[in-house]
Design a protein. Sequence first.
Length: 153
Amino acid sequence: MEIKDVDSRDLKKIVNLEQKIFKENAFSEDLMERLIEKNFFFLKLEINKLKKHIIGFIIVIKEKDRKDNVNIVNFLIDSKFQNRGYGSYLLQHVIEKIKNLKIIKKIILNVQLSNTIAITLYEKFNFKRNPLIVENYYHSGKDAYLMELNIYS
């Protein structure tokens, strides 16, 4: 298992995985291509079978208004590999990478209200739920929680 930077050669695999997991809420291929070019971190989790197989990825961007904040705009693990610790492994890696920079104070993300598995994962890493609900956050019209992790106070 390896965590590596995503590059343009990964675009089709990333888009296919995104559509498989997030369906109508999936990012477009166009957006994914732009995120590969401009991101803070865009990392993939691969398992090494005969051929490298991407089982998950995470996209982190810098906040425009707050240069000391980053936003996890996308994070997923292929459903065939969920509940095996891969999500924790990838999230822990990204949090450590961000902490080591010593310039980021807060990690922010949005998560669908009904995604209790993801919420539990984020809470395990000390993300706190903002009590305000972000209405119609997703393409599907579903609402989201804003969650935050303070790195340095």
